[in-house]
Design a protein around this ligand. Structure first.
Ligand SMILES: [Ca+2]
Ligand SMILES: [Ca+2]
Length: 328
C-alpha cells in the first residue's frame, strides 16, 4: 500500500521592508553634575538629550509627565568655553595672562598679545595696535607686520586681509616672544592678533549635532550667566532652556535611540499552516536580514498572540496596505 502523505510546502517571501530610526527622551531623576550626567547618558543611552525641535520638546514633556516631574533638568547643551580659534581653527598654543580669558559675560571676545608676552581677551570694539601676517615664511621679521595704528579688532582684520594675508597667528613661544618684544620696544602694551572667539556659535550640543540657533528656545532673560560660570544648560518641562553652573546637581534627560525594522512577509502554503514551521522559517529569514546589516538578535523573539489565540491570520483579500513605516 502506498502511503499517501501530504507534504506541507511553505513559501516565505518578503513583501516589504522598511527601517526607521526612532528616539525617546528619558528622564533620570538622580541628581548629577552636568558632566556626570553626560557620562551616564553616554554609557546607558546615547547622550544627553538634544532639544532642538517641537518634536524634541514634546518628547521631553512626555518623559517629565510620565513621572509627574515639574522641575528643571540638564539637557545636552553647553557653552563652548574653549572656543578660541583663528578663522575657526581651534588654537593649539596659548599664552594667556593668569586671569584671562575673563570675558564670560560677552559672547564676543577678541585676543590681544601684551608686551609681557601674555594674552588677554578684550572687547572687540577696543582700539588697539595690531599684528598682520604675510605670506612670507622665511624669517619672523618678514612673516609678521606690526601696524602702529589703532583699530577695533574687525577693522584690523579687514586691514590685514586687504594688505597682507590676515591678522597674525601665534603658534609657538618663539613667535610669541618675537611679537611681545616688538610691542615693548615700541612702548605699547596691547596688540590685536587673529585670536577670536566665534560669536555666532557659542553653544554646542553634547552629541555634536549642528546648532540651529533659531530653533533653540530660551526661558525669557536667559542665558544670563548670572554666576559667571553658567556654561551648562537645563530645561523646564516645556523644553525652555536656561544656563546654570555645570557643578549644580540636577536630574537630567538622556536621549535613547531605537531602530525599528518592519518586515512584512508573505507566507504561502499548499496545506494548513503549521505555525511552528512558519515561525522557524521567519526567524531564519529575520536573522538573514539582520546579519545583512551587521546586527544580530540578542534576545529571543517574542510573538504576539492575536485575540483569537493564533499568531498568524490568513489574509482573505489582497488589501492595499500602505503603512507608514515609523509608526509603532
Ligand atoms: Ca580680559
Ligand atoms: Ca542663568
Amino acid at each position: 500500500m502506498i502511503q499517501n502523505k501530504i507534504q506541507l510546502v511553505i513559501f516565505l517571501g518578503i513583501l516589504s521592508k522598511a527601517s526607521c530610526d526612532l528616539y525617546r527622551i528619558v528622564l533620570i531623576e538622580d541628581p548629577k553634575t552636568w558632566t556626570e550626567a553626560q557620562s551616564y547618558c553616554r554609557e546607558k543611552y546615547m547622550d544627553l538629550a538634544t532639544i532642538q525641535s517641537d518634536e524634541d520638546r514634546a518628547k521631553l514633556k512626555e518623559a517629565a509627565n510620565a513621572v509627574n516631574f515639574q522641575s528643571v533638568a540638564w539637557i545636552g547643551f553647553y557653552r563652548d568655553v574653549g572656543g578660541w580659534s583663528y578663522q575657526n581653527t581651534p588654537i593649539s598654543y596659548a599664552m594667556w595672562e593668569s586671569w584671562e580669558p575673563d570675558l564670560p559675560k560677552t559672547n564676543e571676545a577678541c585676543g590681544a598679545v601684551q608686551s609681557n608676552g601674555r594674552w588677554g581677551d578684550r572687547g572687540c570694539t577696543e582700539q588697539d595696535y595690531f599684528f598682520c601676517q604675510t605670506d612670507t615664511q622665511d624669517t619672523l621679521q618678514n612673516k609678521f607686520k606690526y601696524i602702529d595704528i589703532v583699530m577695533n579688532w574687525h577693522d584690523a582684520q579687514i586691514h590685514c586681509r586687504t594688505h597682507y594675508v590676515d591678522l597674525a597667528t601665534i603658534t609657538d613661544d618663539t613667535e610669541n616672544t618675537f611679537l611681545a618684544n616688538i610691542l615693548s620696544n615700541m612702548g605699547r602694551y596691547y596688540a590685536w592678533f587673529g585670536l577670536h572667539k566665534n560669536p555666532l556659535n557659542p553653544w554646542l550640543w553634547s552629541d555634536n549635532s549642528s546648532v540651529l540657533l533659531s530653533s533653540v528656545k530660551w526661558e525669557s532673560g536667559q542665558p544670563d550667566n548670572v554666576n559667571g560660570n553658567e556654561d551648562c544648560v537645563k530645561a523646564s518641562t516645556e523644553g525652555l532652556m536656561a544656563d546654570d553652573s555645570c557643578s549644580t546637581l540636577l536630574p537630567f534627560y538622556c536621549r535613547e535611540h531605537r531602530r525599528i525594522q518592519r518586515v512584512r512577509f508573505t507566507v504561502k502554503s499548499d496545506g494548513d499552516l503549521d505555525e511552528s514551521a512558519v515561525m522557524e522559517a521567519i526567524e531564519k529569514k529575520m536573522k538573514e536580514i539582520l546579519s545583512d546589516q551587521d546586527m544580530e538578535i540578542t534576545s529571543s523573539i517574542k510573538w504576539s498572540v492575536q485575540p483569537d489565540g493564533e499568531i498568524f491570520q490568513q489574509q482573505k483579500t489582497q488589501e492595499n496596505t500602505q503603512e507608514t513605516p515609523c509608526e509603532e
